[in-house]
Design a protein around this ligand. Structure first.
Ligand SMILES: [Fe+2]
Length: 293
């Protein structure tokens, strides 16, 4: 089967640089690229946590396990047993220190800084002016937008269902760390496995970017992606992945440039997300929808 190699990029001194001259243009058109894991950043605590968060707790101080039953009362996201192979934990960045093991929270904080630098690099590539970025992100630099992690455990014992069902991400950017192949993107009408170079994250660009730039000279694709049903042969373990996501808050508007480059409100992000979930036939986060009523 054909596969796709994504354009690759690196963040150095806070600046995103693509390896090839046409890398930025390809990344915007695909809605995805590879991002080098910075020197000295150890992703092991995150991958280990993917393998433990769903296991039964060993006591009240145990932050590595027990997240299936935890409840996470301060989160609007939390644990979800999805209809595909994935069970996942989603937590907003302001809760990482309270709910997660210290080494995992520290790793995610570094990935959050990297995600922010990368987001601004993509804004540069797409021609989104500096002075509009606080408005459209809700203040990603000040951490007043929405930033959360998703921690995924792919349950290979569950059969007859996708690994993760096809979708686009709703926000601006998602940085993904995984330990196994499986990620595929829809490219020119065909699903293609993505060849992931070692030592790289995968970056997805999402709906908030697409809506913002669709009428501009450099429109950004919200990449359609999935993971097919996985059944690793023993001794291989279940697939693990975790991500850092940045998007608008649910109480914010999505924005769009018109053909003259004027920035206009487009639609409330919560309404956009609820409509999208309905179109794709899945339930939106019940706690966020409830807050709206
Ligand atoms: Fe996704």
């Amino acid at each position: 089967m054909d596969h796709l190699t994504l354009p690759s990029a690196t963040v150095r001194s806070g600046r995103l640089r693509f390896t090839d001259p046409d890398g930025a243009a390809r990344a915007l058109a695909l809605g995805a690229f590879s991002l080098a894991v910075p020197d000295g950043l150890d992703v092991t605590p995150g991958l280990d946590f993917c393998r433990s968060f769903h296991l039964p707790s060993r006591g009240p101080e145990d932050r590595r396990r027990g997240h299936r039953e935890h409840g996470h009362p301060r989160s609007k996201l939390g644990y979800e047993d999805r209809p595909d192979q994935v069970e996942q934990l989603q937590l907003e960045s302001f809760l990482w220190d309270d709910y997660l093991p210290a080494d995992v929270a520290a790793l995610l904080r570094r990935m959050k800084d990297l995600t922010l630098d990368t987001l601004h690099g993509v804004f540069d590539a797409a021609g989104v002016p500096e002075h509009d970025r606080d408005l459209v992100t809700g203040g990603a630099r000040q951490d007043t937008g929405l930033c959360y992690t998703t921690v995924n455990h792919y349950r290979s014992d569950l059969t007859g269902r996708a690994g993760i069902v096809e979708h686009s991400d709703s926000g601006f950017i998602t940085v993904i760390c995984t330990d196994q192949p499986g990620y595929e993107i829809l490219h020119e009408g065909r699903w293609l496995p993505v060849h992931q170079p070692p030592g790289h994250f995968t970056v997805n660009l999402g709906d908030a970017f697409r809506v913002l730039t669709v009428k501009t000279p450099r429109p950004v694709t919200a990449v359609y992606h999935r993971v097919p049903e996985l059944h690793p042969e023993p001794p291989a373990t279940d697939r693990s992945s975790f991500t850092v996501y940045m998007g608008p808050r649910y109480d914010m508007m999505l924005y769009q440039y018109d053909t003259d480059g004027v920035l206009l409100p487009y639609q409330g992000f919560r309404d956009f997300s609820v409509e999208k979930a309905k179109d794709l036939g899945y339930a939106f986060h019940s706690r966020i929808e409830a807050a709206h009523r």
